[in-house]
Design a protein around this ligand. Structure first.
Ligand SMILES: Cc1ncc(COP(=O)(O)O)c(C=O)c1O
Length: 438
C-alpha cells in the first residue's frame, strides 16, 4: 500500500503555483527543489506491488484453474531462435575473456546496419567505431546515461539538475535520476496529451535547467509512438534549451501496423547532427531474449564516450559470445516479424473482449494494455484476491508514492505476453471481476 509521505519529501514535491511558474497548473512541476537521493523501495513498481498484495495470502486467489497468472511483468514468452545456442557455445574460450568495452567490429557493424535498415538512414552516416556502444540492455544504458551526464565535471553547468521524464513511464528513468542526485520532473503523458509528454508546454525555467530528457517510443505503458514531427520538435527543443535527449526505442520492432519513426530519422531531417542525442535499443523485445542482456546505444560520440567511461567502472560489459549472438540477431528480420504476428493476434483477442471498456484502444506498439479502471491499486488487489491475476497499478509507473496528482492512479497495466488461450481466459476473468470499473 502507498507509504505515507514524509514531511520533507512532501515539501519538496509540492507543486509550484501558476504565478510562480507561468505554466498552467496541470503542468506545474513537482520538483524544483534541491535534488534529493531517494530510496528505490519508495518507487520501484514491483517492490510496491509486492507490498500492496502482501496481506493477501498466496493460494487465497481462486484462479480459474488454480494457477495465478502474472500479467504485471512484460516478459516475452516466445522462444528465442535455436541458433542462439550455437553462437553462445561456438567459442567457449571467449567466455573466459573480458569483453572489449566498445564491442567487436562485427557487432557494431550489425547494429549500424540494423539502424540503417530500420530507419532508412543514409549509408555511412553512422560510424560503427564511434557511434555505437554495446550495453547489456537498454536499462543499463538508460541508467548509466544519467550518471554519465550528472558526473560530467567541468562540462556540467551546476544549475542544470532536472531530468524530464514521462509520467507514467519506465521506472528506470526516475531511478537513474534519483541515484545520480538529479531532480526528476514528472511530465504528464495522459489522455489529454495523447499519452505523450508535452515537453514544449513546460515552463522556460524548467527547460533551461534540464540536463536530460527521457522519451520512449513506442511507449511503455501506453504503446504510443511519436511521429517524425514529434521527434523533430523534441530534438529541436532539446538543442535550443541545452539538454540531452535519451530516446528509449527498445520496443522499436514491436509494432502492430507501420514501423514507428525513430529519433535518428529526426536527426537526419534536422540536418544530420547527432549532438545531444542517444538512442537505446535492445534484443529483449526484438528477439524475445530479455535474459540474454544484449543491447546497444547509438548517437552523439561525446555522450557515448561518457557513458562508456561509467560502464567501465560499474558495468558488466557484454560477453563476447553474447555479442556474437547479437550480431546474428540484429541482422535477422524474420524473427521480429514472427513476434509481431504473435502480438497482433493477442491484441485482436484483447480487443474482442475489451472494446468499449476501460478506455481500451489499440496501441501503436509494445505489448501492454493501459486500462482506465477507476482506481488502479484497488483493482490490482481485487484481481489478485478474486481471480489470481497479478496486474500493475498504473500509479506505480507514474512517480513515487508521495507525488501529488499521480497521472496513472486510475489505471492498471496488463502485459499481453502469454499464448492466446491464456490471454483470453485472463482477460475474460478480469472483466468478470472488475465489471464496469471501480
Ligand atoms: C520502456 C523500457 N525501456 C527499457 C527497458 C529495459 O529493457 P532491457 O534492459 O531488457 O533492454 C524496458 C523493459 O521492460 C522498458 O519497458
Amino acid at each position: 500500500m502507498s507509504t505515507a509521505p514524509d514531511r520533507a519529501a512532501s515539501a519538496e514535491l509540492q507543486p509550484l503555483n501558476e504565478a510562480q511558474t507561468g505554466a498552467p497548473q496541470s503542468l506545474v512541476l513537482p520538483h524544483q527543489g534541491p535534488a534529493r537521493r531517494r530510496d528505490p523501495r519508495d518507487f520501484h513498481p514491483f517492490l510496491r506491488l509486492n507490498a500492496l498484495l502482501a496481506d493477501i495470502p498466496p493460494g487465497s486467489s481462486p484462479a480459474p484453474d488454480g494457477k495465478p497468472i502474472n500479467l504485471s511483468v512484460g516478459d516475452p514468452q516466445i522462444a528465442p531462435p535455436a541458433y542462439l545456442l550455437e553462437d553462445l557455445t561456438a567459442d567457449l574460450g571467449a567466455w573466459g575473456r573480458y569483453p572489449p568495452p566498445r564491442g567487436t567490429n562485427d557487432h557494431a557493424e550489425a547494429c549500424v546496419a540494423y539502424l540503417e535498415r530500420r530507419y532508412n538512414l543514409p549509408a555511412g552516416w553512422l560510424d560503427p567505431a564511434q557511434h555505437v556502444l554495446p550495453v547489456p540492455g537498454s536499462r543499463e544504458g538508460l541508467f548509466f546515461a544519467a550518471l554519465a551526464l550528472a558526473t560530467a565535471g567541468a562540462d556540467r553547468e551546476p544549475e542544470r539538475n532536472a531530468v524530464l521524464l514521462p509520467s507514467p513511464g519506465y521506472h528506470c528513468y526516475m531511478g537513474a535520476a534519483a541515484v545520480a542526485g538529479l531532480a526528476p520532473v514528472f511530465v504528464p503523458a495522459t489522455a489529454e496529451s495523447n499519452f505523450l509528454p508535452d515537453l514544449a508546454a513546460l515552463p522556460a525555467h524548467t527547460l533551461g535547467t534540464s540536463l536530460l530528457a527521457y522519451l520512449c517510443s513506442p511507449s511503455n505503458p501506453q504503446g504510443t509512438a511519436l511521429d517524425l514531427e514529434g521527434w523533430r520538435a523534441t530534438l529541436h527543443l532539446a538543442r535550443a534549451c541545452g539538454f540531452a535527449l535519451m530516446a528509449d526505442e527498445c520496443y522499436a520492432d514491436v509494432y502492430l501496423d507501420s514501423p514507428p519513426t525513430g529519433a535518428l530519422e529526426a536527426a537526419v531531417a534536422e540536418g544530420g547532427s547527432l549532438d545531444g542525442l542517444l538512442v537505446f535499443h535492445s534484443l529483449s523485445k526484438r528477439a524475445s531474449a530479455a535474459g540474454l542482456r544484449c543491447g546497444f546505444i547509438a548517437g552523439d560520440p561525446a555522450l557515448i564516450e561518457r557513458v562508456d567511461a561509467c560502464l567501465r567502472i560499474g558495468g558488466a560489459g557484454v560477453p563476447l559470445p553474447i555479442q556474437r549472438a547479437g550480431t546474428r540477431l540484429w541482422r535477422d528480420e524474420a524473427l521480429p516479424e514472427t513476434s509481431r504476428a504473435y502480438y497482433r493476434d493477442l491484441f485482436a483477442r484483447a480487443e474482442r473482449i475489451l472494446a468499449g471498456r476501460y478506455g481500451y484502444s489499440r496501441p501503436s506498439g509494445g505489448f501492454f494494455l493501459w486500462l482506465d479502471v477507476g482506481d488502479g491499486e484497488a483493482a490490482a488487489r481485487k484481481l489478485w484476491a478474486e481471480a489470481g491475476l497479478r496486474v500493475l497499478p498504473g500509479a506505480y509507473m507514474a512517480g513515487p508514492a508521495d507525488l501529488p496528482d499521480n497521472a496513472g492512479a486510475r489505471y492498471i497495466r496488463v502485459a499481453l505476453v502469454y499464448d492466446g488461450e491464456t490471454t483470453e481466459r485472463a482477460l475474460a476473468r478480469l472483466v468478470e471481476v472488475l465489471g464496469d470499473g471501480l
